[in-house]
Design a protein around this ligand. Sequence first.
Ligand SMILES: [Fe+2]
Length: 313
Amino acid sequence: MWKVYKSQIPETQTVQQYIREHTDFLQVRDIKPELDVQNNMLEISGLQFDWEALGDSIEESFWRYGSGNEKGYRFVSHDNPTGQPTESTSYTCLSIVHNPKHIENLPQNYSTLGTRMMKGDRYYRGGKRHENDTAVMPEILKDSYYDSWSFTEVTEAANNGALKDLSNECLNRSLIRGRIGKIDSKPVDRNHGECHIADGWHKDEHLLENTRIMIPLITSNNFCLQIKDNPKDYKFELGNAYVMDTHIPHRVIPLDENAREYRIHIIYGTNPWFDYNKEEDSWTSNEFYGKMHPFDMIAAGYYFKQPINTRII
Ligand SMILES: [Fe+2]
């Protein structure tokens, strides 16, 4: 068992970096799942929630905790320190979790959405626009934007109304950085071929460092998720949750760029192998560490508090 207290981590490291350096995490994290999802999607069904009430609550969160005009925030940067979207911004977000010790003291509802230290020439991580782009990281990383595992407190936006149930009573795993995303229609090149960043293709963190549970709350037939080397257009259905290996390039696009529709998904970032203890401000490896892939944990019922069914789609 591994146990790491936040207090023992130096200012120059995130929790993840510290754990990679001081445990055998890097050796064990490339575990292969028994459930062979590959570059497909795992659908989770059977969740019992009041989905209509959740839809109402999330709409309310956007007008109550967003930036105005029922929009959330776009990415915070040196040039946009309050994450204000413009008229044409089609994708805006609210934070699900925040870090009360965040070094930039960002307001909780956009606390995970960027850093004021990010200037045009800096990248959050390597390979951002081109394969050989390197990340330019600030010196202090503990409790910064980059410290994904230090975002552990549920925000007002994710605790609003019926969302309180979903954010606190759905998952058995500790929450880390995640977001609520609202996307409007916007023209995009539908070509599957090249997976250009400019067309929305991107990779998220390693699955064992952040397993993203995607739950649609306002759905629209007009949007689909695409995964590299997979010809399917995934449309999410209300009442289900979805999980994939988000370390494989993927994107969300509108099918009809002229339709005036939007959709809202909540994407809980979860830590599959480490559990957070708030009193101690510590992370401890759990019984699945190095032994069970998150896909198998989900299928075996260790991820959701309710009984669920899973299938690969
Ligand atoms: Fe993603």
